[in-house]
Write a protein that binds this ligand. Structure first.
Ligand SMILES: [Ca+2]
Ligand SMILES: [Ca+2]
Length: 272
């Protein structure tokens, strides 16, 4: 009897220690995410321009705090790291109900397509999200969002998920027959569709909330010779820091023939 009594405190101590370890392990569980995407508007060759950054136009605080994103995160930096193309919004979504967003982070996409945290090099950290299976969605202020074709097993190891090397890497919504989830760049690379200035999950030239009107009537006030220089604007479809309808590298030409291929009735839809 005395032997059992003697060991009880030890057993309790061991039990408490195990619980504490499990608790601490849970506290430190997190996901580090490594993803690669291309934005059609910034594509140049096999990578992307960093013009907005070199012109000093990228805001220091994340720009997804407005509709349709409404992300209230406080991500900001003292200066934009070298090599950044733009801010993107990264979402972890439920593995069985992918319309359910479990966690969001604003992050940077670099010229080579890698999505990184605010230091410009580290994988994107979801510090309070437990490892597990999730869909990963990438959204951008004037591109159509994409998500993983299948749930991914995510943990702290940050295994790269590359959306750029195959169309099948992105979820293909069977109800959308007009276009694939990503733009086929024709060189083995795939990019998020550009030109959605009106942020209605469609890139279009005609119809309600179309992106031609967003550019011509909205951004340029109907005066098609107007040029907005040195701006960070959703109507800057080719991401060169200028909003224009005429002249070299104008945004109207990016929309058509660029995205819509001169088919002015075509509507490119988001598969997210
Ligand atoms: Ca649109
Ligand atoms: Ca432009």
């Amino acid at each position: 009897m005395s032997i059992f009594l003697k060991h009880k405190p030890t057993l309790r101590f061991v039990g408490c220690t195990l619980l504490l370890l499990l608790f601490c392990g849970g506290m430190h569980a997190q996901i580090n995410l490594s993803v690669k995407v291309l934005l059609q508007g910034a594509v140049s060759g096999t990578s992307m321009t960093t013009t907005l950054n070199s012109l000093g136009l990228i805001p220091l605080a994340q720009p997804y705090n407005k509709a349709p994103f409404n992300y209230s995160g406080s991500e900001s930096v003292a200066s934009i790291p070298a090599g950044v193309t733009d801010w993107v919004l990264v979402e972890l979504r439920d593995k069985t109900t992918p319309s359910t967003v479990i966690a969001s982070r604003a992050a940077f996409v670099m010229g080579d397509g890698t999505v990184v945290d605010l230091d410009g090099t580290s994988p994107v950290s979801f510090a309070t999200v437990a490892p597990g299976d999730y869909h990963v969605a990438i959204r951008h202020r004037n591109h159509l969002g994409i998500r993983t074709a299948t749930p991914q097993a995510l943990n702290s190891a940050a295994t790269l998920y590359d959306f750029t090397n195959a169309q099948a890497q992105a979820y293909q919504n069977p109800s959308i027959t007009t276009n694939a989830a990503m733009k086929d760049l024709g060189n083995g690379l795939f990019a998020m569709w550009g030109g959605d200035g009106s942020r209605n999950a469609k890139t279009s030239y005609s119809g309600v909330s179309n992106d031609e009107s967003y550019l011509s009537s909205g951004a340029l006030g109907g005066v098609l010779t107007t040029v907005l220089s040195s701006v960070y604007h959703n109507a800057d479809y080719n991401m060169n820091g200028t909003v224009s309808y005429n002249g070299v590298n104008n945004d109207e030409s990016f929309l058509t023939p660029g995205v819509l291929g001169s088919v002015l009735t075509l509507i490119i839809s988001q598969h997210l």
